[in-house]
Design a protein around this ligand. Structure first.
Ligand SMILES: Nc1nc2c(ncn2[C@@H]2O[C@H](COP(=O)(O)O[C@H]3[C@@H](O)[C@H](n4cnc5c(=O)[nH]c(N)nc54)O[C@@H]3COP(=O)(O)O)[C@@H](O)[C@H]2O)c(=O)[nH]1
Length: 630
């Protein structure tokens, strides 16, 4: 490429000194010739001397010129190297909009001909050449005139344009103090991509590529502003139930896969104008816009539940999942962004409090309930610290001979103001907060210590929450409680619900086997509620099935309860499991259970749960009592 051949460094100083030297030489020769009035030989000598001096001066002048030219050539080369090696394109225009310098990066950036983009070329011609070669799309004169106008006003301009290959180019034109201007041209493709990437990262979740909380709020803000009179939008907060247990049991990689799959399914559920976002962890959210009726929100909810509940294959693990969803609708539940979100959150809290796997629309009063629950949590912590709990025991009887075979330990909270609080009210809060681990530990130790006082053949049953199965120390705690109390392992029965086995939870199964190896008995509690899949019975060889009291209540009715109880009894017997009927309140129920072949009964018919002192008295006299009720 040829850049400006003219020397960017001024040559005036050089020529001034050369002229001075020649002037001095002329004066000297003139004065020598003028004063040559003496003899010829003298004149001849003087002439020779003058010639010699002149020759020396001419030599010196020429030498000086040569040195100056060489220096200028070096400077020109240096300048050329410098301007051609900066990463930016550079064009220096003079005041008449002609190129003084046009560097190589500029020519290469736009794929131009060096024969056109060279010193002396006008800006119009250069831009016209860019148009011919496809790197300029627009009106050449209009473009050039706009820059020239701004330069005349002393104003810098900045333009973004596209170079061949789709690269992003930024052109900055800066007027120079002595006229003309410099145009710097930078390929900002990578910088633009990096900026776009940073902007994307700031607004999208890295794992699922769904909008994150920041973008979710922005979109909600826009959607709220866009609500027309009579229009509505719904905000859904979606919490994946028991996600943590998947992470804990199967590892974070599987957890991530699950979240990605759920994100994909949510994305597929919403329409283009809606938003599906991941707010963090297992929290997702949806904005449903332009709703015309409540039915539309119900339809979207149904679609979301169907999508989430469909089993998901994560690296060979078929995971069944579920969700709690809280919904707030604008404008009825609030038109202010934060208020609407607070209400959706309260609705979610309501769904979780009602046992999860369900949805709740925001209702006035939810705030008060949430506050009450929070204060319950604080009081629960205090009660654990103060020892505000006690265990009651409810006997289980052999249906055959009415002998007490076991007593179930049932937790009671003696609240200083509210009296005894039912475990049904505080166990869910204890599970949510993780306090169940401390409580469960206390129950286990207290029950074992109590049971050593009972007749040897009477077992003690202790409820174990699914949350306790997430702790790696459950089997160790059980072993310690047995050792500390001296209770034989075979007298301890642990009651678990199917929630422990609801996932493909190998870790929970491992713990069950560890417990079995200790010699304790494992009972499947509340059978008949929830999914009640018979596959749970195949996955672990339980010692006992406790049939939920809902079936016992309807035993004498026209429904299918007795058929179901019979089926469970048969399945259990075939696998050497015993059966306990829960909630037996009448003689009729007891008689039917005997006929159906059930092993044990538990219920108010024989005894309500009673304090430890009462159970001791009851056990010491149970022979007589058994005889009297038989
Ligand atoms: N993880 C733990 N859970 C516990 C613990 N202690 C109790 N619980 C669970 O709380 C739920 C409610 O228990 P509770 O209010 O004690 O109710 C028990 C009995 O009182 C009740 N029952 C017994 N017989 C009858 C009857 O004839 N009729 C009737 N209406 N109710 C009756 O049943 C509850 C025992 O149920 P189960 O555990 O399924 O055998 C309850 O789910 C407890 O499990 C604890 O320490 N840890």
């Amino acid at each position: 490429m040829r850049i400006d051949d003219r020397n960017p460094v001024s040559g005036n100083a050089e020529s001034r000194s050369t002229k001075g030297l020649a002037f001095c030489a002329g004066l000297l020769v003139g004065s020598l010739l003028g004063s040559a009035t003496a003899t010829w030989s003298v004149r001849e000598g003087l002439l020779m001397a003058a010639i010699v001096i002149l020759a020396v001066i001419v030599f010196l002048v020429l030498k000086r010129h040569q040195t100056s030219d060489e220096r200028l050539a070096v400077e020109r080369r240096n300048l050329s190297t410098a301007v051609n090696n900066i990463p930016q394109g550079l064009v220096l225009y003079d005041a008449s909009a002609r190129i003084i310098i046009c560097n190589r990066p500029y020519i290469e950036m736009f794929g131009l001909s060096p024969d056109v983009a060279k010193p002396g070329c006008t800006m119009q011609r250069l831009i016209a050449h860019r148009q011919e070669t496809g790197s300029f799309d627009g009106d050449v004169d209009e473009f050039c005139n706009a820059i020239i106008r701004n330069v005349a006003l002393g104003k810098a301009t900045r333009q973004l344009t596209e170079a061949p290959g789709g690269r992003a180019i930024e052109i900055v034109n800066k007027p120079l103090p002595l006229g003309g201007w410099v145009a710097t041209i930078e390929d900002i493709t990578e910088r633009t991509r990096a900026d776009e990437k940073i902007a994307h990262m700031a607004h999208y979740d890295a794992l699922t590529d769904l909008p994150n909380r920041v973008l979710f709020r922005e979109r909600l803000e826009q959607a709220l502003k866009a609500i027309r009179p009579g229009g509505q939008l719904a905000v859904m907060y979606i919490d994946i139930d028991e996600f943590k247990s998947v992470n804990d049991a199967l590892g974070h990689q599987i957890g991530d896969e699950l979240l990605k799959a759920i994100a994909g399914r949510l994305r597929a559920c919403v329409k283009e104008t809606d938003v599906a976002a991941r707010l963090g962890g297992d929290e997702f959210a949806v904005i449903q816009t332009a709703i015309r009726s409540h039915t539309e929100t119900m339809q979207l909810l149904a679609a979301i539940y169907q999508a989430i509940r469909e089993p998901i294959d994560c690296s060979g693990h078929l995971i069944t999942t579920d969700a709690s969803i809280g919904i707030a609708v604008a404008p009825s539940d609030g038109i202010d962004l934060d208020q609407l979100l607070r209400n959706a959150d309260l609705a979610l809290y309501g769904a979780k409090s009602d046992g999860r796997r369900t949805y709740r629309f925001f209702e006035a009063g939810m705030d008060a309930r949430a506050k009450a629950r929070r204060s319950l949590e604080l009081e629960l912590r205090q009660a654990i610290a103060d020892g505000g709990f006690e265990l009651h025991y409810q006997p289980l009887l052999h249906l055959e001979d009415s002998k007490v075979s076991c007593c179930e330990a049932l937790l009671r909270w003696r609240h200083p103001e509210r009296g005894t609080i039912s475990p049904a009210d505080f166990i869910p809060v204890a599970e949510e907060t993780g306090l169940i681990n401390d409580l469960g530990h206390w129950v286990l130790n207290t029950a074992c210590r109590e049971a050593v006082n009972w007749p040897d053949h009477v077992h003690v049953a202790v409820n174990v929450s699914p949350i306790q199965f997430k702790s790696q120390t459950l089997a160790l705690n059980v072993a310690t409680a047995l050792a500390a109390s001296g209770l034989s392992a075979s007298r301890l029965e642990l009651e678990i619900t199917e929630a422990v086995l609801i996932r493909d939870d190998e870790a929970a199964l491992d713990i069950l086997h560890q417990l079995r190896e200790l010699g304790v008995r494992i009972a499947l509690d509340d059978f008949g509620t929830g999914y009640s899949s018979l596959s749970y019975l195949q996955r672990f060889p339980f010692d006992k099935i406790k049939i939920d009291r809902a079936f016992i209540k309807d035993l004498a009715g026209a429904g299918a309860s007795s058929t179901i109880v019979q089926a469970v009894v048969n399945i259990a017997a075939a696998s050497d499991m015993t059966t306990t009927a829960e909630g037996v309140e009448t003689e009729q129920q007891r008689n039917m259970l005997r006929i159906l072949g059930c092993t044990e009964m538990q219920g108010y018919l024989f005894s309500r749960p009673v304090p430890a002192t009462d159970i001791r008295k009851l056990l010491s006299s149970y022979r007589e009592r058994a005889a009297s009720v038989a």
